[in-house]
Design a protein around this ligand. Structure first.
Ligand SMILES: [Zn+2]
Length: 489
């Protein structure tokens, strides 16, 4: 017999009599009642398909859920209106407002709870003891479990599409604005994390030992903003050398992304490097697009790194020059590309520079400028273009790693047709996307909460509710399988 079958329990035979809609029936009787309801529907409508059964059960489950939530809240002892200790200073703080109502959307339905608001004059801090008792989220209109789901949708598609997709998965609609609000709220929480290092470590645990070698790839990517037009987002990947599979994807990459200035980027990247114990790594490879600020950053953060100009960027820049010489859509451009690839795939760009100089003979001023720019770019990066040597040493010369950051972190979510971002939400989304792609969907939401705490005593910690460790119990023991309150003795 399979494990799943063995775990199946028989239905409860005692009615909870909790005053809810179905409270007079035991779970076993309830099942029979549902079967009768289905039979009635079949008799009146003359049809009964799986669709009808599923939708009946789903809507009943939601009713049960809301009844159970209401019953749980009703069963709590009334708040006595006495002063309660302030969570900040511990001094007793009196009630300021009685019975303030709050609605919280949960996966089991809407929770409505009325509770007292206390205020500590000394700390100028207001609080709801009942919220803490019920572990309600500190702000917002959704439970933690809902937030996790809403966030997962938000990370993967435009907000309007999120709302549409939500409708397919859940029986109650939510607005596209709620997806936006949740993103902003979680992003603010991310910003109040204990440290960027804590975030990195919660997203992806540090290695037990410093890795043999590390690869860092940094790049820029333009995002369209509402206020400022195109703005550059800076992205970086940090990945252990053994996780770089040539010409393929990388395993367990750590991503960093900011829509902001170089200082912010440096701080974020430093945290990722610290999380990889970079100070103790013997060999570090830094791949860049050739932008000067990139190499400056490399020198500051990893002064001993082997700097490599990303091969694809070296070719792309040659194509800009090729278009200036031959024309925007000349049939010879593919040949130009092949030739450049051959020429620069050597121990220095000298051969490529020589051939480029041959093109200057009867060039126009504009064409000369294009050649000059490319030659200058190759000369500035000569030491970083020893591709044959790098390849022989088994070092990555780019593309895959640089592209993965660009595509997986930004393009997939933030550069879809017609997308324009407010600078603030753009900043939020860029940071969240990098963390999301580092942590993975299962760990992401948890990691942000985890990083609010002070740094871990142990540097490495495993996910408490990871897929292999979780005891799958979807109903708390106070409820029956139908989400109804259990009969208390
Ligand atoms: Zn206080």
């Amino acid at each position: 017999m399979s494990k799943r079958r063995a775990m199946k329990r028989s239905a409860n035979t005692v009615a909870p009599n909790d005053g809810t809609k179905w409270g007079h029936l035991s779970d076993a009787e309830l099942l029979k009642e549902m079967a009768r309801e289905l039979a009635r529907r079949q008799a009146t409508r003359g049809e009964l398909d799986l669709d009808a059964i599923e939708s009946l059960i789903a809507s009943e489950q939601r009713d049960f859920g809301e009844d159970a939530l209401a019953a749980t809240v009703d069963a709590l002892p009334l708040e006595d209106g006495t002063s309660k200790p302030c969570p900040k200073c511990g001094a007793l703080a009196p009630v300021k407002v009685r019975n303030r109502v709050r609605h919280v959307m949960t996966t089991a339905g809407e929770l409505r709870v009325s509770r007292n608001y206390h205020y500590c004059n000394k700390c100028e801090h207001g609080f709801y003891p009942r919220d803490a008792e019920l572990k309600l989220p500190e702000e917002g209109e959704v439970s933690d479990a809902m937030e996790k789901r809403i966030l997962d949708f938000s990370m993967n598609g435009p907000f309007e599409q999120c709302a549409e997709r939500w409708d397919i998965h859940y029986p109650f609609p939510i607005s596209s604005n709620l997806f936006r609000r949740v993103v902003d709220r979680v992003a603010r929480r991310r910003e109040s994390a204990h440290s960027q290092l804590a975030l990195q470590q919660a997203a992806l645990p540090s290695p037990e030992q410093p890795p043999q070698w590390l690869v860092i790839a940094a790049d820029g990517s333009m995002l369209l903003t509402r206020e400022d037009g195109w703005r550059e987002a800076k992205v970086a990947t940090v990945v252990r050398g053994e996780n770089v599979i040539p010409d393929k994807a990388v395993v367990d990459p750590r991503y960093v992304a900011v829509l902001g200035n170089q200082d912010e980027f440096r701080a974020a990247l430093k945290a990722a490097l610290d999380a990889e114990l970079a100070d103790d790594v013997m060999r570090i490879v830094w791949l860049g697009d050739g932008a000067r600020e990139n190499w400056t950053l490399a020198k500051e953060l990893c002064p001993f790194a082997i700097q490599i100009l990303d091969f694809i960027h070296a070719v792309q820049n040659a194509m800009v020059c090729g278009k200036a010489l031959l024309g925007e859509s000349d049939a010879c451009l593919p040949l130009w590309e092949t030739r450049i690839r051959q020429l620069i795939d050597s121990d220095s760009p000298d051969a490529a520079i020589r051939e480029l100089m041959d093109c200057t003979l009867d060039a126009t001023d504009e064409q000369l400028a294009a050649i000059d720019q490319l030659v200058g770019y190759y000369r500035a990066n000569t030491k970083r273009m020893r591709y044959r040597e790098f390849r022989a040493a088994g070092l990555p010369i780019g593309s895959g790693i640089v592209e993965s950051a660009h595509k997986h972190v930004l393009q997939a979510r933030m550069k879809q047709a017609g997308q324009r971002w407010s600078v603030l939400r753009g900043r939020h989304m860029v940071q969240l996307r990098a963390l999301y792609r580092t942590a993975g969907p299962r760990r992401f939401h948890w990691a942000i909460r985890e990083a609010l705490k002070s740094p871990p005593a142990r540097p490495h910690h495993t996910l408490p509710n990871g897929p292999r460790r979780a005891k799958h119990s979807y109903t708390p023991s106070r409820f029956t399988r139908f989400g109804r309150a259990k009969l208390s003795k």
